[in-house]
Every structure is written in structure tokens, then in C-alpha cells.
Design a binder for this molecule. Structure first.
Ligand code: PGA
Length: 262
């Protein structure tokens, strides 16, 4: 089967870089990719800056006609109203944000986001025409008790359950024990979980949707290890934290030519 899923290289900056630093990084990144003749049609490259940087980056992308995409790290499950500190998907859409991370393990862990909250945020993303990147993954303890794919499958099905109609979405498999730790899942493990996630989506929603769904790997991805993950036909991109804060490093990750490796 030919693979129609365009690889997605996503850079999650987390709570790093103010709007001035953000502009500098995006300029460097765009330059580096241009220098390498990066073909954005063979690998989409998207940055996920903090909310306060979004307007500046949107303006830069617009002014310089950059092909880089813009994503946000979170959104409210509500659309508007008395929810101090929350950000509506409508506001993100207005800033040309295309993707939004939902259920990152740091949100699950430090902000007590449950599967229900994540399902509601996924619904909010669909309502506003944003593509949620639903993050799933097991902790070390869950890995020992339940193995590697039970938790990601459960979290994926919970986020996708109960919607009147599913919009476009992406799944990011990020083993919690591999995030920011330097410990990486092996390429075989990532491919095996991605395959099981696709099978679970197929069983729940049909094979056509499963075949069209992009499944990313995340957790200590760097330019030196990205090839292993992307060589698997099951892994359709990467979600990169720490290494996305360095323009050269992130550009090195984005430049991996998956279509040539398959
Ligand atoms: P990391 O983070 O690349 O720094 O491990 C990945 C993530 O949390 O998305």
C-alpha cells in the first residue's frame, strides 16, 4: 500500500522562549530549511510556541510567506465566557493556528487532565476546525503493570469516543518515561505501538479512517535518532520537545526524507 500520510514534524517548545526569542528561532529555522531546499509537501513542519508568541509568529509567517505551520500547546474545552486564564479554540483559529496539542502528559500530570477533559478538548478542537494532536502514552509504572500499548490504546479511544462526527486528528505516542529523560523507546517499540494504535482505531472506526490517521512518536527525539522512527511505515512523524528549541537540530530532524527511506 502506498503511504498517503504526509509526515508531520512537530516542535513543542513547552514553556520556553518569549515572543522575541520565538521570532529569532523561527527565522533561523526557516532559513535553515530553505538552505536545505526542504520540500514542505514531503514533510510538514509545525512549531508549537507558548500562547504569547503566537501572534508574532503568525505575523512573521505571513510577512515572509513561510511554509512553516503554526500549532498551540493547549486549548479550553469551552468556547468563551467566565473561564479566567483559558484560551478558546476560536482565538487560535483566528491566528491561523492549524494544530493543537491535546492531553500532553505534562497536562495530564501537572494539571490533572483526565480522559474526560481530553475528550472535551478534542471536541472543542473539532468545533473550531483545529486538528488536535492527541497525546497518549504510559508511565513507567503502567509499562510494568500493563505493558506498552494498553494505556495508549485506552487513552486514544477515550479521546475519540462520543463525538457526533470526528474531524481530522493526529495521535502522538509519547511514552512518559521517554519525555525529556534522554531515554528513548526503540524504533521497533514505537512502530509496534503505532501499529497497535492503528489496529484499535480500525476496529473502532473502520479501516479507512485508520489508514488515513497519522501516528507520531515523541520522547527524546533528536536528529541522530529520528531516522530509526521514521523508517517504519507505521510512524508518520515525530513530536519533538527539547530538540525543537535549537533551530539547526530541529531542522536536521525535519530534513529526514521519509519518502526516500520507505
Ligand atoms: P522531549 O519532549 O523531546 O524533550 O522528550 C517530547 C514532548 O514532550 O513532546
Amino acid at each position: 500500500m502506498t503511504n498517503q500520510r504526509i509526515p508531520l514534524i512537530a516542535g513543542n517548545w513547552k514553556m520556553n522562549l518569549d515572543h522575541q526569542q520565538a521570532i529569532a528561532l523561527v527565522q533561523k529555522l526557516a532559513w535553515s530549511l530553505k538552505d536545505a531546499n526542504h520540500d514542505y509537501k514531503s514533510a510538514e513542519v509545525v512549531v508549537f510556541p507558548p500562547f504569547t508568541d503566537l501572534r508574532s509568529i503568525q505575523t512573521l509567517i505571513d510577512a515572509d510567506k513561510l511554509e512553516l505551520g503554526l500549532g498551540a500547546q493547549d486549548l479550553s474545552k469551552f468556547d468563551s465566557g467566565a473561564y479566567t486564564g483559558e484560551i478558546s479554540g476560536a482565538f487560535l483559529k483566528k491566528l491561523d493556528v492549524k494544530y493543537v496539542l491535546v492531553g500532553h502528559s505534562e497536562r495530564r500530570q501537572y494539571h490533572n487532565e483526565t480522559d474526560e477533559v481530553i475528550q472535551a478538548k478534542t471536541a472543542a478542537a473539532f468545533r473550531h476546525g483545529l486538528v488536535p494532536i492527541i497525546c497518549v502514552g504510559e508511565t513507567l509504572e503502567q509499562l510494568e503493570n500493563e505493558g506498552q500499548s494498553a494505556v495508549p490504546i485506552r487513552q486514544t479511544l477515550a479521546a475519540l469516543a462520543g463525538h457526533e462526527k470526528l474531524g481530522d486528528f493526529v495521535i502522538a505516542y509519547e511514552p512518559v518515561w521517554a519525555i525529556g529523560t534522554g531515554k528513548v523507546a526503540t524504533a521497533e517499540e514505537a512502530a509496534s505501538v503505532a501499529g497497535k494504535l492503528r489496529a484499535a482505531i480500525s476496529e473502532a472506526f473502520g479501516s479507512e479512517l485508520a489508514a488515513a490517521t497519522r501516528i507520531l512518536y515523541g520522547g527524546s527525539v533528536k536528529a541522530v535518532n529520528v531516522a530509526g522512527f521514521l523508517r517504519s511505515p507505521e510512524v508518520d512523524g515525530v513530536l519533538v520537545g527539547g530538540a525543537s528549541l535549537d533551530a539547526e537540530e530541529f531542522s536536521g530532524i525535519a530534513r529526514f526524507q521519509k519518502h526516500l527511506a520507505l
